[in-house]
Write a protein that binds this ligand. Structure first.
Ligand code: IN0
Length: 417
């Protein structure tokens, strides 16, 4: 469906979409003059689109640190993801990456498109990194070191058990949470969050990505990447790739629902983490990706399309989330609404139906217990209903215009006769 079609179906997306577009133009104009910072910020915009805007709203020092942290992690990810690099070359790079960030001469060519540019011009990132405060540098170095080692460990190791799955996600995303919490603390605006909650923030995002990207990862050339744990998929099929074949559709959806139920375990921790934040910009930076994740899970649950193509939230809904996420009330409303979208999709015959339902109800209870839920009725759904009634009114007005036009031409025809 084209973007015009999407906007016609959801006319209330138009305002947030325009607002996002303007904010994005504005942000692109505000690129710093120094060439290394200019490179880092324009790269950030290229690799993360809407997320870059939310980073841009942080206070200057923290914003620079997060921008560099983000790019260092993307670079590390590019090395890990590039299936054409032989293991004996890849592993030492991953392990030594935390030292490369201090070395302005270092670079390693890999990846494709914008990631290739990031890798080829990595000296700009190192130069900018060396200008950060010591507290920020130490946090970034420490996380890069632990993450690189963890990624190296998983290069030759398959994700077998659910324990392995949580461990892998801890290395690639939980550690990002620990690192960000350290950066927020170093900026002087937040208390240091407990590691377990910071970890859950990353796990929830990463598990959602792993679920959504099944097809893309399994079809990766020259070697497929597999992140779904055998302990889960082996209950449904003999090989992970069997999930994509039409004849296994029922099993595939059951397995998918099992994976979504597993990801939903982290929600209460995430709500707790976000509710402790004080700074408005940091809050939005953390809350927007979380709402996108619960929205994506609600969309993926029981949805065979995950095994056929790309399942993503529409751009207009993303724009709405960016526009409307300002405080914890918005977060509870969003989590409540998206769990309400997921709930009726639970099929009684699904092997995990009871478990999924109790997960969803626990999330809804956590949102309810916050005591803010009846202030405004709904975050997403209510406004869609309100606007669809606006659409009906517009439809009748157009109908009336066409009708009066037709009857006037008919009147003229009569006249001519
Ligand atoms: C992130 C996270 C992120 C943001 C805020 C708080 C976090 C706390 C713990 C862990 C991660 C946290 O958010 C981004 C979001 C993002 O990049 N969105 C993309 C969408 C996409 O499909 O790529 C966009 O274009 O908007 C995120 O996904 N990750 C990330 C990476 C680095 C940093 Cl500093 C923060 C990646 C990951 C693997 C989930 C940690």
């Amino acid at each position: 469906m084209g973007s015009l079609g999407a906007v016609l179906r959801h006319p209330d997306d138009l305002y947030p979409l325009l607002k996002l577009k303007m904010a994005s133009r504005q942000a692109e104009k505000q690129i710093p003059p120094e060439p290394h910072w200019a490179f880092c910020y324009s790269m950030l915009h290229k690799v993360s689109r809407s997320f870059a805007l939310v980073i841009q709203q942080l206070g200057t020092d923290l914003r620079n640190a997060v921008c560099i942290f983000y790019l260092v992690l993307r670079a590390l990810d590019t090395v890990e993801d590039d299936t054409s690099i032989p293991t004996d070359v890849k592993v030492p790079i991953l392990i030594a990456f935390h030292r490369h960030v201090y070395d302005r001469e270092w670079h390693f060519s890999c990846g494709t498109k914008e990631y290739k540019v990031l890798m080829d011009q990595f000296h700009h990132v190192s130069t900018a990194f060396l200008e950060l405060g010591k507290g920020y540098q130490d946090a970034i170095e420490d996380i890069t070191k632990r993450m690189g080692a963890g990624m190296a460990k998983f290069i030759c190791k398959e994700v077998e058990s659910i324990y392995d799955y949580d461990e892998y996600c801890y290395y690639v995303a939980g550690l990002v949470g620990l690192g960000l919490s350290k950066l927020f603390y170093a900026s002087g605006t937040e208390d240091l969050a407990p590691d377990s909650l910071s970890n859950s923030m990353g796990l929830f995002l990463q598990k959602t990505n792993i679920i959504r990207d099944y097809l893309e990862d399994i079809n990766e050339i020259p070697k497929c990447r597999m992140f779904w744990p055998r302990e889960i998929w082996s209950k449904y099929v003999n090989k992970l790739e069997d999930l994509k074949y039409v004849e296994n559709s029922d099993k595939a959806v059951q397995c998918l629902n099992d994976m979504v139920t597993n990801a939903l375990m982290h929600v209460e921790d995430c709500l707790k983490y976000m509710s402790a934040l004080r700074d408005h910009a940091i809050f939005r930076f953390c809350a927007i990706p979380q709402i996108m994740a619960i929205g994506t899970l609600a969309l993926c649950y029981n949805n065979i399309e995950v095994f056929r193509g790309v399942v993503k939230m529409r751009r207009g809904l993303t724009a709405k989330v960016i526009d409307r996420t300002n405080n914890m009330t918005d977060v509870y409303l969003a989590f409540y609404d998206f769990s309400n979208i997921l709930k009726p999709k639970i099929n009684k015959n699904d092997p995990n139906a009871t478990k999924t339902l109790s997960r969803v109800e626990a999330i809804q209870k956590a949102c309810m217990d916050s005591g803010v839920l009846n202030k405004r009725k709904s975050y997403i759904i209510q406004s869609e209903l309100r606007y669809s009634s606006t659409m009906i009114v517009i439809f009748f007005i157009i109908l009336a215009i066409i009708f009066s036009y037709l009857s006037s031409t008919r009147a003229k025809d009569h006249h001519h006769l």
